[in-house]
Design a binder for this molecule. Sequence first.
Ligand SMILES: [Zn+2]
Length: 353
Amino acid sequence: MPAAFTRTIARQESMLAPRLIALLLLSAACSAGAGEHDSAATASTSTMLKGDSAAAVATPVAAPSSTAMAPGGEKLAGRIPVLEYHVIGSEKNAAYSRTTASFLADLEEAYRRGYRPVTIAQVLDRDFRDVPAGMSPVVLVFDDASDSQFRYVERNGALEVDPTSAVGLLLAFSKSHAGWKNRATFCMLNGGAAGHNFFGDAPKFGGQKKEWRFQKVKWLADNGFELCAHTLWHARLDKYPDAVVQEQVARNVMGIDSAVAGYRVRTFALPYGIWPRNRPLAWAGSWTDPKTGTAHPYKFEAVLEVSGGPARSPYDAKFDPHSITRVEAIGDDIRKVLARLDSTGTRMVIGGK
Ligand SMILES: [Zn+2]
């Protein structure tokens, strides 16, 4: 991750003495909007995921461990490209920003090759009803909640999705491309710097208003998209003690819960792809609010890495939901990865009857 990006989005972590961390987290949470401290996370630590200890082993990227060919020609154990986006609509392509033209070209390429979008939650559930027989699932993931991904514009007193933001582009794409549904996973910050805060929290970030934050998150959940956690302000989790790691994650989940009460956040994306020193805290933990004494546990089924190539299918015997690899939208990488999946015949294909 470039230093410039790090400075832009995260809050001055390197300057922190440990005793100041709690204070900083508190101020960050306060800036994230009133009400987020009050709602309880709904997960329970009493129901830990099975296989937690095994998930600590890194998943190598290799060919699927089995082919699971069926009479219909399906390849259920093939790879699923999980495409990772940050800023959309930049003037030039860079490591963490993509032009509108390149983003749309990615979608066209996936569509042309017979991919249809699903969310990470659908992958976990093996719910591929949105993918017709003979076609393949693709997952679009948007990290960091910048306004470039979801902007509103006010028109005649009503709010409309800005057609130039990623959500606007996705809505138009699904209208013009039969069979492509509104499916994507948004891994959001609720207290990041520079407007990386539930899609912009001030007019200087694409004309966005703070009071639209929860409305956007709710809109996503109501329209087929998945809400995913990404920490409060994009902390490098390896730099902090366990208590701070859990506070970063729990307060992020609490923020999402404030926007959509009771929403079950199942997916977590590691900031910078960096694991906490105590790795299982990436998928389960608890933070107790010192002001109220209330415990806020969290538990995720899926943890997203930053890179690693196309992900394993949930039908692959080596599928590890706590380490789902992704393909970063850098340069021509997505087109190359999709081409390679076809030339090697390794992509997941949904079978017919
Ligand atoms: Zn991020």
